[in-house]
Design a protein around this ligand. Structure first.
Ligand code: HEC
Length: 133
């Protein structure tokens, strides 16, 4: 009986640590992917204002204008292509942070690794709100 108890104890220890390690990782994954087609959170007017301000302060306007294509697509066209939804806000904000290419043409968009996800989401909220105007 003793001989069995020791390996059993070890196995339980290992399982315990595996559990402890996978739990936070699983949490991160759900935060990142969030492909839930849930109803979009209501657009907060404050986020639109802040997003617009953040865009002005960053380098975005060197390549984007609201109504005309420059290096990147016009923001009005982006808003037409992507209806405002939680999934699209996540998608576009991660493209702004990580860079993207192939959706609008051959020219890629540079990554913006210094942006926080929260700020990028506000920028996207502003851009997608253009559709309503
Ligand atoms: C160096 C030029 C450049 C800068 C600076 C730039 N973009 Fe872009 N952006 C592009 C190009 C080019 C594309 C099209 C990429 C593609 O075809 O997938 C694009 C695409 C986008 C899209 C649409 C992505 C898609 O997949 O449909 C959004 C939204 C966007 N940019 C927002 C921003 C924001 C916000 C900033 C500032 C933080 C920014 N861009 C800065 C060139 C730029």
């Amino acid at each position: 009986m003793k001989r069995l108890a020791i390996p059993l104890f070890l196995v339980m220890c290992v399982m315990g640590t595996v559990n402890a390690q996978t739990k936070p990782a699983a949490k991160k994954a759900t935060v990142k992917a969030s492909p839930k087609p849930t109803t979009a959170p209501a657009i907060k007017p404050q986020d639109i204002e802040e997003g617009k301000m953040l865009l002005t302060k960053s380098d975005c306007l060197a390549c984007h204008k609201v109504d005309t294509k420059v290096v990147g697509p016009a923001y009005a066209d982006v808003a037409k292509k992507y209806p405002y939804s939680a999934a699209n806000v996540d998608l576009l904000s991660s493209k702004i942070i990580n860079g993207g290419s192939g959706t609008w043409g051959a020219v890629p968009m540079a990554a913006h690794p210094a942006l926080t996800a929260a700020d990028a989401k506000k920028m996207v909220t502003y851009i997608l709100s253009l559709n309503a105007k």
